[in-house]
Design a protein around this ligand. Sequence first.
Ligand SMILES: Nc1nc2c(ncn2[C@@H]2O[C@H](COP(=O)(O)OP(=O)(O)OP(=O)(O)O)[C@@H](O)[C@H]2O)c(=O)[nH]1
Ligand SMILES: [Zn+2]
Length: 200
Amino acid sequence: MTQHSPLTQPDDDGIDREKAQRATRLLLEALGEDPDRPGLTETWERRVPDAFATLTDGQRREAKPTMRTFDAESDDLVVKTGIPFYSLCEHHLLPFHGTAHVAYRPGEAVVGLSKLARYVRWQSRQLTMQERLTNDVASGLVDELDAPMVLVEMNAIHLCEAMRGIETESTTTTRTAIGEPTDVEREQFRDAIARGEGQR
Ligand SMILES: Nc1nc2c(ncn2[C@@H]2O[C@H](COP(=O)(O)OP(=O)(O)OP(=O)(O)O)[C@@H](O)[C@H]2O)c(=O)[nH]1
Ligand SMILES: [Zn+2]
């Protein structure tokens, strides 16, 4: 069907490229398009399968960022706010995107700061719901860091709500805590988020 992949088996990036090509072609036909018109041939042959391979690599452990850690020197809360993320809603296959804030109380280790953002980006790349993604980020970080306490907040706009359906762009906030955050830690997390928002 294409020079990019003669195989029906999943490629290394985990998606069955020929199926994705056939499905995209079929969808274009269902929409009344001619998939063989010049502007669309590479769309089903290459671009859409490649895009979905990237946008779902959160399902593949091999794509997980390396979480380099260092010895912790204290158990003071580490907070990273304003991490952009892009995900796909499993109901409509449309994006939801926004900002994540994460905090953890170190156990034996702290992680390189950039890895928190990389981890959120990787986890976001799957068909999911915002609530589940928030929990996945938190439980994943607990496992990765062996951290006794993690807090995550995500704020997002869902394009399935903005572009169709209710046609309203509103922000959804989801939060989760794993472990037992103290009142002081919760306050530090809230303050850091508010400070970050003040700077934008
Ligand atoms: N809880 C939750 N709901 C979501 C998320 N993403 C999309 N939705 C909602 O999923 C629901 C799907 O509702 P359905 O009634 O099955 O589908 P629909 O007819 O397309 O719904 P409308 O969007 O209201 O037109 C909608 O209310 C969306 O707003 C998410 O991450 N979490
Ligand atoms: Zn949706």
